[in-house]
Design a protein around this ligand. Sequence first.
Ligand code: PEP
Ligand code: MN
Length: 343
Amino acid sequence: MLVLMKQNATQEDIFSVKQKIASLGYKAHEIPGAMRVAIGITGNEGKIDPENFSMMSGVEEAIQVTKPYKLAGRDAKPENSEIPVGDETIGGKELAIIAGPCSVENWDQLLQTARAVKEAGAKFLRGGAFKPRTSPYSFQGMKEEGLVLLREVRAETGLKIVTEVKDVLTLAAVAEVADVIQIGARNMSNFSLLEAVGDMRTPVLLKRGISATIEELLMAAEYILARGNLNVILCERGIRTFEPYTRNTLDLNAVPVIKRLSHLPIIVDPSHGIGMWEGVSSMALAGIAAGADGLIIEVHVHPENALSDGYQSLKPERFRQLMEKIRQLAPVVNRTVGTEVNA
Ligand code: PEP
Ligand code: MN
């Protein structure tokens, strides 16, 4: 159930509703919105009688939520969520462009790539220090040493850092460096990890599982929201289908569907979506055209030497050309994009 408060509801009204929810033995989740506050109720097994709340001061109405996710849905918050990341925002009018190598490999690789993507207009640097790899014999990331490089490159460039957490064990170390904590596709259903990032307030980039439905992605987000971290950004990164020619099938349908179902921002990862650099720019533009709030793109100064995902990584010059096209496309979909800077 959701208790929708009136626009002019006072803090006391909100407090009384939360107290009433607690007295009934349930959990209250406050979701602030531009127009009004909604209070989600969880912990109930059967239906709750709306009469419990409808006569209370400041309450507009109490509605039953038919969808399995309560806090991620548009019922809870009709307007789009804008996630603050320092002085940047993901989910507002400006497209969030996240770019960088698949893995952090060494100082020169990271710094050169970071400078190049910044120069092209990206505001966020991606780069995994802890890498979930299909084979245990593949490069597993620089781990803690990689986090140190990310921290130093942030200080050098001012770019915000998006980096993946692989497990609860290393979460504290990753969270010290990450401006946005990435949960990879393989961990979308790692519920203890979702709960652990839910207990933090750092923004979380939650990638869709390899074979996850849209509803399963939204339920994974719900795990994070239910613990009080409302700073969740969703990511469509391709799903596994019967098509072997591409690494994954980028499900761009997910973008307008999620926009209808949820208030959370959704970005697109064309690099993992198609898995070959030749197709990345087209699918990036298609993602923006579909209504995505941003992109996460793999860029590497020397893709031929990359320790992971070189084949799907753009060289800086290609990325710069793509950014020029994004700049032309953005106004068509009523968006803006950061300007080129001299790094
Ligand atoms: C990545 O971003 O490099 C990555 C491992 O992505 P995914 O979890 O989507 O496979
Ligand atoms: Mn990768």
